[in-house]
Ligand binder design. Structure first.
Ligand code: RB5
Length: 144
């Protein structure tokens, strides 16, 4: 099993803890970059830590959760090499791995419940990149 970097803000602390437990149960090594409570904090601080861990190869994949998942994705996608996707349905969880080779999964604790987040995390982890020539070409254009 691989290494997964995880982070959250105050709005998604409970979800982050549940996802972390689930990842460990599945046999992943988890690097938890916080936050560590429901005290108000700033999501970019945690998004940057997780994004750099993934971009630098310290972790293979990342998970970022906040109220909507949106702020986390905006922040994470500013780091070169990061393809962070906000997911709120099972189709997108699968498609963003197959088509975008997404390396960070973002979800919103004020949008979906914890069982759904675990379901989408499992799909994300278990879906390989398609390796399709068209998708490789499109992803390479993201780095231009
Ligand atoms: C925090 O109130 C909220 O703005 C944050 O969790 C997130 O939803 C931002 O995108």
């Amino acid at each position: 099993m691989g290494i997964v970097a995880i982070g959250c803000d105050h709005a998604a602390y409970e979800m982050k803890e549940a996802l972390k437990d689930h990842l460990k149960e599945r046999g992943y090594d988890v690097k938890d970059f916080g936050t560590d409570s429901e005290v108000s904090c700033d999501y970019p601080d945690f998004a940057k830590k997780v994004a750099h861990a993934v971009a630098d190869g310290e972790a293979e994949q990342g998970v970022l959760v906040c109220g909507t998942g949106i702020g986390m994705s905006i922040a994470a996608n500013k780091v070169k090499g990061i393809r962070a996707a906000v997911v709120g349905d099972s189709f997108s969880a699968k498609a963003t791995r197959e088509h975008n080779d997404a390396n960070i999964l973002c979800m919103g604790a004020r949008v979906i419940d914890i069982p759904k987040a675990i379901e989408f995390l499992d799909i994300f982890l278990d879906t390989p990149f398609s390796e399709g020539e068209n998708h490789i070409r499109r992803i390479s254009k993201l780095e231009e």
